[in-house]
Design a protein around this ligand. Structure first.
Ligand SMILES: *Cc1c(COP(=O)(O)O)cnc(C)c1O
Length: 351
């Protein structure tokens, strides 16, 4: 601690991202990255952009990219926002709409939400997942609060249906509902179309997982244009150029290459179902997943022991000590077919 730290900084408990190890692992399945690289067309577009134009600032509004996203999702450009990763957009949302108010989110969820709450003086309350590890929106009845949750949820992977979300949004017109769709492309229904009907919902998505661009930091959000204007006000009071030239180009071409996107995400969905079936046979219980990871627990073998044994075999997965309700689960990122076969044979050896 330095004597110059202010009281806000002293009180912060920063987010700790999943380990990015120095040593290389045979199977790195701990941070939900995409096992396939970005589309070859994206790499080519970045290479074409490597020129003298880098001396120029990028378009501050990322208009071309916003238009591309608007036409892809069939909404208006002024209903689209882009940011430096969806994490940055989530931070802007907390700052723009939740400051000095109350927000509810699940007790088991993305651990950045409590961090942003303390950074932006947001009062929050954790709502326990139900006995089946699901988000039950009936438990979010406090009328004086806003709501944020991932769909599918993380680290459970469990999806929530569009009809349940729509009902909740419709019945709570004075509360803002934020749906964090970082993993939605792996088999969960998106809520984007609700933004045409309701002015109290924001959807965030990410290029990090299904578009394989975690290293470039690009996220997007969709909402009624008045909400987007609120986000633009925060963004333009903080950083005029959050998305650099290479990232804008890459994101545009990632959206355009629909074929590569479909091929890679379908492959991950298939590999996920393969892994779940194999683990079933080995007496694991795996929660239903609409994501590029699974959350699984073995009937006899302790999760922390298994985590450590896998590590010795050069396999890195994720284990959460807290809360205790999930301490006997492992979160495993889905890789290629071959990686999943290797994983299954290593687990067979250990069980
Ligand atoms: C990965 C993740 C994000 C952040 O994505 P970036 O676009 O890489 O910032 C947001 N929410 C959840 C639930 C995530 O898992």
């Amino acid at each position: 601690m330095s004597k110059f730290w202010g009281s806000l900084v002293k009180g912060l408990e920063p987010y700790v991202p999943g380990e990015q190890p120095k040593q290389s692992f045979k199977l790195k399945l701990n941070t939900n990255e995409n096992p396939f690289g970005p589309s070859p067309k994206v790499l080519e577009a970045i290479q074409n952009q490597l020129n003298q134009d880098l001396r120029l600032y990028p378009d501050p509004e990322s208009d071309e990219l916003r238009l591309e996203l608007a036409s892809y999702f069939n909404v208006e450009r002024d209903m689209v926002f882009v940011g430096n990763g969806s994490d940055e957009i989530l931070a802007f949302i907390f700052q723009a709409f939740f400051q000095d108010q109350k927000v509810l989110f699940p007790d088991i969820t993305y651990s950045f939400y409590p961090v942003y709450s303390s950074l932006f003086s947001v009062d929050y309350q954790l709502i326990p997942l139900n006995d089946h590890y699901e988000i039950d929106l009936m438990d979010y009845e406090d009328k004086n609060s806003h709501v944020i949750f991932p769909n599918p949820n993380a680290p459970t992977g469990m999806p929530l249906s569009l009809s349940k979300i729509e009902n909740f949004v419709k019945n709570n017109p004075h509360r803002l509902i934020v749906v964090d769709e970082a993993y939605v492309d792996f088999g969960t229904e998106s809520s984007i179309k609700l933004i045409n009907k309701y002015d109290n919902i924001i959807i965030t998505q990410s290029f990090s997982k299904s578009r394989s661009l975690a290293g470039l930091r690009i996220g997007c959000a969709f909402a009624n244009s008045k909400l987007i204007e609120g986000l633009l006000r925060v963004k333009n009071s903080f950083n005029s150029y959050p998305i650099d030239r290479l990232a804008q180009t890459a994101a545009m071409h990632a959206i355009k290459d629909q074929e590569y996107f479909e091929k890679t995400r379908q492959s991950i969905i298939r590999a996920r179902e393969y892994l779940i079936n194999e683990l079933d046979d080995l007496n694991f219980k795996t929660l239903k997943s609409g994501a590029n990871f699974i959350f699984t627990s073995h009937s006899q073998k302790n999760a922390l022991d298994l985590f450590q044994q896998l590590r010795k075999e050069s396999v890195l997965v994720r284990h959460f000590k807290n809360p205790s309700r999930i301490s006997n689960y492992l979160r495993i990122t889905i890789g290629t077919d071959e990686q999943m076969k290797d994983l299954v044979s290593i687990i067979k050896k250990l069980i």
